[in-house]
Design a protein around this ligand. Structure first.
Ligand SMILES: Nc1ncnc2c1ncn2[C@@H]1O[C@H](COP(=O)(O)OP(=O)(O)OP(=O)(O)O)[C@@H](O)[C@H]1O
Ligand SMILES: O=P(O)(O)OC[C@H]1O[C@H](OP(=O)(O)OP(=O)(O)O)[C@H](O)[C@@H]1O
Ligand SMILES: O=C(O)c1cccnc1
Length: 496
């Protein structure tokens, strides 16, 4: 992960919200340090008004847990913190407890690159409630942003219809760490390369680049600048043709391409970064073809997103590749996923029975789901997903249940077809990863496969169909009972 890659590993434990540490101290003091909890990370709505999300960031969770250690420097910093009302924020006994404390967690997660849907657990964390709480913020920080970026990039890649998309977002990203996360998640979601060199080094993502307008402006003329770039980077030569006038830029690119041919080299591409990209790309294509240079590719950039790219192809633009920066890195127009991490079951000790719990809300869609949840994804004969069933292992259930109950409307049921398989895999047990890191290429392949199998009605941009996610009947009944009990206790009307 980027933080542990670039700073001392133990810094991950302070990459948290203060309240996680304050609550941990409270659990420790209340004698609840050994109580066990089960938390789920999930989101409530698909981003970008789309029909799905691409799970990302979970590939770094095991590393987070293994590196979650408070060293002397961390303890010393915490010991100096003052409470607003006076006196130390943390008690010496608690800080001694934290020193060399390791997270004794077991974690199940959806594999990176897989498609996920609202309300189903993406990550399930079990273990001492104090440890579950300590890891919350850092875990959400990894999973929320990368899932958002991966989803955005999957949309851009879909619009690009197989043409390469390069992440150009670093200069517009939310800080250095944000830029790395964007490059990583974009690659998982199908981007072919990144301009971010550090991301290339850390994650092994192919790096790609052209040149800036400043390169052209630094020379006496555009032609001179193109010649100098071709001489300097003959094997990696994409010329930016829009600094002054695109028509002249195309003519200059043809001159340089011919000179390169004479020197036994080939101009790879031009890039157009302003103006009407459909019209200019058509003119460029025609000019290169007429000049006998059909191999020169056309790359474009300039505030692109999935909608602009879709529109460019609808206009018949002969574009070969895309550089996408600002709108990818900032996940325009939705800058956050809103994923949450909620307690769903507790038990007093590690051998006792789990007690499922829920949080009620005035808004039914904000009510949480109880239990030790897992997800069964059903597939048709061709391996295409047909629906996801959330099962709770604290209640009796039918195992493979073919009927599911709508999460928000208990009177609505769906019949599931096909064969189910478990969506969550164990990635951490007793605080240790259960398998070596799988690497970014495997996640990228999984994402490509998952998106290919998903119903186009779910992946379309406009009014996508809702992918069915529902509750196994035992869980639906438990939810209704708990909501009634909690409602009666709080005097609120029952929402289930
Ligand atoms: N043919 C097209 N159809 C749809 N959108 C386009 C087309 N050509 C360009 N765009 C998009 O329109 C937006 C604005 O382009 P515009 O031509 O105004 O920029 P510009 O004049 O090049 O400005 P600047 O030089 O400041 O970048 C950009 O997001 C660009 O990608
Ligand atoms: O448009 P985006 O999707 O955000 O892609 C990144 C942008 O960054 C560069 O512009 P910038 O003006 O920063 O530098 P330049 O002088 O090299 O064009 C590049 O030319 C792209 O337009
Ligand atoms: O290499 C490029 O062309 C590039 C990289 C980052 C941002 N804009 C352009």
């Amino acid at each position: 992960m980027s933080l542990t890659d670039r700073t001392k590993p133990t810094d991950v434990c302070l990459n948290t919200d203060l309240y996680e540490l304050t609550m941990a101290q409270g659990f420790w003091e209340s004698g609840l340090a050994d109580a066990q909890g089960c938390f789920n990370a999930f989101f409530r709505e698909n981003p970008f008004e789309g029909g799905y999300a691409v799970c990302c960031g979970v590939g770094q969770v095991a590393e987070l847990v293994e590196n979650f250690v408070f060293d002397d420097e961390d303890i010393s910093y915490l010991s100096e913190l003052e409470a607003p009302g006076g006196g130390p924020m943390f008690k010496p006994g608690f800080l001694e407890y934290l020193r060399d404390h390791h997270l004794d967690l077991t974690i199940h997660a959806v594999s990176e690159g897989e498609v996920v849907f609202p309300r189903e657990p993406m990550v399930r964390v079990e273990g001492p409630v104090i440890d579950c709480q300590l890891v919350e913020t850092a875990l959400l920080n990894l999973v929320n942003f990368q899932t958002l970026v991966a989803t955005k990039c999957a949309r851009v890649v879909r619009a690009a219809e197989g043409h390469p998309v390069s992440d150009f977002g670093l200069r517009r990203a939310q800080g250095p760490d944000g830029g790395l996360a964007v490059a990583r998640a974009s690659y998982v979601a199908g981007a072919s390369s990144t301009s971010n060199v550090l991301a290339g080094k850390i994650y092994g993502i192919p790096v790609f680049g052209t040149h800036a307008h400043s390169w052209v402006m630094a020379f006496g003329s555009e032609l001179e600048s193109f010649r100098a770039f071709a001489a300097s980077s003959p094997k990696n030569c994409t010329l930016l043709v829009d600094t002054y006038d695109v028509h002249q830029g195309i003519k200059n690119a043809i001159v340089v391409a011919r000179e390169m041919e004479r020197a036994g080299e080939r101009l790879a591409a031009i890039r157009i970064d302003s103006g009407d990209l459909a019209r200019l790309s058509k003119e460029a294509r025609l000019a290169f073809d007429e000049a006998g240079l059909p191999y020169i590719k056309i790359a474009v950039s300039n505030d692109l997103d999935e909608y602009t790219i879709q529109s460019l192809f609808a206009q018949g633009a002969p574009i070969d590749s895309f550089g996408v920066g600002t709108k990818l890195a900032t996940c325009d127009p939705q800058p956050s996923l809103g994923g949450v991490y909620k307690l769903s079951a507790i038990r007093r000790d590690a051998d006792g029975p789990w007690t499922p719990v829920i949080k009620l809300s005035e808004q039914a869609y904000k009510r949480t789901l109880p239990g030790i949840q897992r997800v069964l994804r059903y597939h048709d004969a061709l391996g295409r997903p047909t629906g996801d069933l959330i099962v709770d292992d604290t209640v009796a259930h039918e195992g493979v249940a073919h009927r599911m109950v709508d999460i928000l409307d208990p009177y609505r049921t769906y019949d599931l077809a096909g064969e189910p398989s478990g969506l969550l895999e164990k990635i951490v047990e007793g605080g240790r990863r259960t398998a070596p890191p799988e690497g970014i290429e495997a996640a990228r392949q999984r994402c490509a496969d998952a998106l290919m199998r998903l119903d186009p009605a779910v992946t379309r941009f406009l009014n996508p169909q809702v992918y069915p996610v529902g509750l196994e009947r035992g869980l639906a009944e438990l939810l209704r009972n708990l909501a009634e009990e909690e409602g009666a206790r709080s005097g609120r009307p029952t929402v289930a």
